[in-house]
Design a protein around this ligand. Structure first.
Ligand SMILES: Nc1ncnc2c1ncn2[C@@H]1O[C@H](COP(=O)(O)OP(=O)(O)OP(=O)(O)O)[C@@H](O)[C@H]1O
Ligand SMILES: [Mg+2]
Length: 390
């Protein structure tokens, strides 16, 4: 999955990676989940929304038409919301607008990505994601929803089912029907499936695209923190649009970019930093993309970059266990850790993740935590009382 700030070259890098993989003989699909149809522009092939389109041997490309998916999956929920809004006297046209959830079509696009991954037709699926913030929120959504579905949903569904006949009359608003509940449950199951594919560090890796400018690098850092927090594996940084030197104007840019690049190298270590020059023309079409990919990957296999450390790890010690969570760039003052039964809530700045504890750790007490070198280490010691009673 390629992500990064707007306009840095995500689509270009994703398409170039796909061309490279296909030309090395891997069956490859490049998918864009972005509503803007720039993947078609980068490859210079028409991609009508729908299924994968063949581009060259071994290479398919696909533009997810999320609008169509949005309509089928969301229709039942929307139907319910519309009746509620109608009773409340909201104008039908306004109601339509209100029931379109921002970002929901992106989530549904991810369902399509998973379908293609599970189809078994490809050795590599390259995803061109929407810009940073959105993708992040969306990637975290299955996690958040999962918590809700386990804790609140079963009770709510039971309560509503019992009270529906009574409440329907009193409140004047229709209670959600079983069809609504079924739709939500189906959607949840599908999202859990997406999360199982995208959140599996053995199967999925994220590449962060940036240009060597202070603002862009700063955002890439925050993205790395939150992706790590949510357990996604980032396997490389792509530094795009590097100026070649040659005259005083360009040399000044080269010097400025070199300072940023040194900073990128140092702060994102041990991630490899793949580099692409600022080309004289937009890299459009498979030939131009293949050349760009050659610059980026040189001898490397784009499908098999060396794995970095796992985002979450647990190791045994003489006293108990240590759980390690990669949290690059997180500041101590921004980070909080709360144990709630069999879950840990980790908050970094505005992001929060609930980590379900493996069963061995549920019977332990948290005895300490420290944040060092971008890693949060939490110490667990078995609680003798719990051990004896279980
Ligand atoms: N190395 C490069 N040299 C020259 N032009 C480039 C290079 N990389 C990308 N471009 C051009 O820059 C523009 C933006 O690139 P691209 O569409 O890949 O960015 P993006 O991150 O996907 O943007 P968005 O956030 O809008 O999706 C495109 O016109 C592309 O052809
Ligand atoms: Mg793009």
């Amino acid at each position: 999955m390629f992500t990064g700030k707007g306009g840095v070259g995500k689509t270009t890098a994703a398409a170039a990676t796909a061309v490279r993989s296909a030309r090395a003989g891997g069956r490859t699909l490049v998918v864009s989940t972005d509503a803007a149809h720039s993947l078609a522009d980068a490859l210079d092939v028409p991609l009508a929304g729908g299924g994968p389109v063949p581009v060259e041997p071994c290479l398919h490309a696909m533009q997810v038409d999320s609008q169509a998916r949005f309509e089928t999956v969301w229709r039942e929920l929307q139907g319910y919301l519309l009746t509620v809004l109608d009773r409340a006297g909201v104008d039908p046209i306004e109601a339509e607008e209100l029931t379109v959830l921002p970002g929901a079509d992106e989530v549904l696009a991810l369902l399509a990505v998973r379908e293609q991954v599970e189809s078994g037709s490809y050795d590599l699926v390259v995803v061109d994601c929407a810009p940073t913030a959105e993708t992040l929120r969306l990637l975290a959504l299955p996690d958040a929803l999962d918590w809700y579905m386990r804790r609140i949903w079963p009770t709510e569904r039971r309560v509503v089912r019992t009270l529906r006949p009574v409440l329907g009359k009193v409140a004047g608003a229709p209670m959600p029907t079983d069809a609504v509940f079924d739709a939500v449950e189906r959607l949840h199951a599908e999202l859990a499936g997406v999360r199982a594919v995208l959140g599996d560090p053995e199967r999925t890796a994220v590449r962060l695209v940036l240009t060597p400018e202070a603002v862009v690098v700063a955002e890439a850092r925050r993205t790395l923190t939150s992706l790590s927090l949510y357990g996604y594996r980032v396997d490389a940084v792509v530094a795009n649009r590097l100026f070649p030197g040659g005259d005083p104007w360009r040399d000044a840019w080269v010097a400025a970019q070199s300072r940023q690049l040194a900073d990128v190298e140092e702060s994102f270590a041990p991630l490899p930093v793949l580099r692409a020059p600022y080309l004289a023309a937009e890299p459009v079409g498979v030939e131009a993309l293949a050349l760009l990919a050659q610059e980026l990957y040189a001898e490397l296999d784009p499908a098999e970059l060396p794995p970095g450390p796992p985002p979450v790890g647990v190791r045994r010690t003489t006293e108990g266990f240590v759980m390690t969570l990669a949290l690059p760039f997180a500041a101590r003052s921004d980070t909080t850790l709360v144990r709630k039964g069999d879950e840990l809530a980790v908050t970094v700045g505005g992001w929060r993740r609930l980590v379900a504890l493996p069963s061995a750790l549920r019977r332990c007490d948290v005895t300490g935590a420290r944040l060092e070198d971008g890693r949060l280490e939490i110490t667990f010691v078995p609680d003798p009382a719990v051990w004896m009673s279980s």
